[in-house]
Design a protein around this ligand. Sequence first.
Ligand code: F6P
Length: 355
Amino acid sequence: MHVGVLTGGGDCPGINAVIRAVTLALLQSGAVSRVTGIERGFLGLLEDGYRPLDVATVRDILDEGGSVLGTHNRADPFAYFAAGGADCSGRALDTVGRLGLDALVAIGGDGTMTIAERFSRLGLPVVGVPKTIDNDIAGNERSFGFDSAVAVVADSLNRLETTARSHGRVMLLETMGREAGWIALEGGLAGGADAILIPERAYHLDDLAAFCQRRVAEQGYALVCLSEGIRDQHSALDVNRYLGTAPSGARLGGVGQVLMQDLQGRFGAALEVRYTLLGHLQRGGAPTAYDRVLSTRFGVEAARMVLRREFGRMVALQADVCTSLALVDVAGRSRSVPLQHELVLAAQDLGLYIG
Ligand code: F6P
């Protein structure tokens, strides 16, 4: 067999560990003689970007951040940006035929899984591997990259705490996560935040301001960990006010600036607020040991699925066991934080403000 591998959407720590595991497990099986890496996601199938993957090329990439194949988060062959949004899926399938690929492993987030599902319906033998720091892919309880992002958030909160305490300030830290609050929730808990704001639950500005003032009175400072997709109780996503863009599909990032101004307006000169946008620092760098292991498990499982010819499916972690789900059940769906989630309840029991 000849198998193609691509990485679509945003990069995240652990992608290279998946590429390594898929390649090694396929070649090791004896049933696969060639593995080809498609460059920059589906773009490589449209613009002829590919290169061989072998034991030597993947040997040392277990702990390397980013994607050695490059990635792209707008390369949808069904609406190709360089062709004015035209459907160029036929061109991508021609490339698959010309290369002689018997299967394609697509590592990516919800966008990539949706594209993979459409190709699967057109007869392409495809296996999906879920990837996102946001941890929001439907049916998959843990994505690789998430643990690495949470570690950065926790470390950042610890750093903010020492300066917050020294100045007696309210410090805001904004995390990624799009419309899902997983990174802010776990990162906030791991880093000892006083308040955690997630998109799934609207916050109330007056309540939050009063809570921060109480915390400052008690301990001298307050730490707020907020997700980029948050909204207050009275408006749509606050990010609209800052970026002037619609929430869905838009680039997020910056809502903390709005919240800082809102809180500062409530506090006046008595209490200072500062804001840090963590941004892509959460996505770059080496994966944690947990993510290296999870990526390896996902890569090996994807290779097994190819060998068993279980196509049109995505690797998924359920009850900490690697299994798989039909792409059709995953495409176009996402996974948000349930308000009765154990971690939300734990945060409440600890006396944190959860918005
Ligand atoms: O989906 C992963 C993610 O990191 C989101 O948390 C974030 O909103 C987005 O990607 C950022 O994308 P970009 O790299 O295009 O700015």
